[in-house]
Write a protein that binds this ligand. Sequence first.
Ligand SMILES: NC(=O)c1ccc[n+]([C@@H]2O[C@H](COP(=O)([O-])OP(=O)(O)OC[C@H]3O[C@@H](n4cnc5c(N)ncnc54)[C@H](OP(=O)(O)O)[C@@H]3O)[C@@H](O)[C@H]2O)c1
Length: 244
Amino acid sequence: MDKQTGKTVLVLGANSDVAKEAIKLYIKKGYKVIAASRSTGELQSFAAGNGIASADIDIRYFDATAFDTHEEFYHKLPAKPHIVLYAAGFQVTNDQALVDWEGSYRMIQVLYAGAVSILNRIVMDKDNDHLERIVGLSSLSGVRGRKSNFIYGSTKSAFTQYLAGLRQFLFPRRVIVNAIVAGYIRSKLTAGLDLPESLLLEPSFVAHAVVNAGKSFVIVPGWKWKLIYRVLKYSPETLVARLP
Ligand SMILES: NC(=O)c1ccc[n+]([C@@H]2O[C@H](COP(=O)([O-])OP(=O)(O)OC[C@H]3O[C@@H](n4cnc5c(N)ncnc54)[C@H](OP(=O)(O)O)[C@@H]3O)[C@@H](O)[C@H]2O)c1
């Protein structure tokens, strides 16, 4: 482990496969981590299984969709964060979401509304004068509306736009905001989906992009996905309409 930085990272949705890899890297870099998740038991096992000392990780219960608990959750934190990572995720297929409002609504809540609720609370705490960075795990699905995934994609698009505005809002305070615009990742979220193996990113690879995020707003991990991002972003609608 590197020298202790004396800094704290708050990871929201910490049981995500990407988040857990990021937690390991942050701790290796000398940060203390507050790991916030509904699955506190799983996180205890994760910490024990990875030899993470209890001094380096504080596991807290956090439900992104329990908006009315966010205020209390934030105020009870053992330390005000220097870095915040929002990693909570949930997905049902577009076909299912079209006929099942609960699935659509949960995606909206976990991927967008929950993020806005807790991040608003965090950034409006003017007593935290050491906040330095907010990182959101967004997705290439949010770059263009496509017929196969526009419900999940629209929540990611909204999340990316929120982060873009938040970045401008926080610029005078020198707080950096990054959107990790990731392609397919091999994680619980995509387990069971038939995705091209050659495009799948490992959670640890994406976690490196998170932990080493610089000053750019959009960070697309992996050269293949950087290419796809550019094509998607700049293609005319007639071409996007032919995509799945
Ligand atoms: N996998 C991909 O291909 C991909 C691509 C681009 C972006 N992303 C995004 O990356 C982020 C991390 O996803 P992942 O790939 O690491 O998938 P993952 O392992 O399935 O992680 C998602 C995590 O979100 C947590 N979560 C769900 N509902 C929550 C809630 N109400 N409150 C708090 N936490 C909640 C889940 O934890 P519990 O169920 O244990 O509470 C789960 O561990 C997500 O935002 C996802 O949309 C993923």
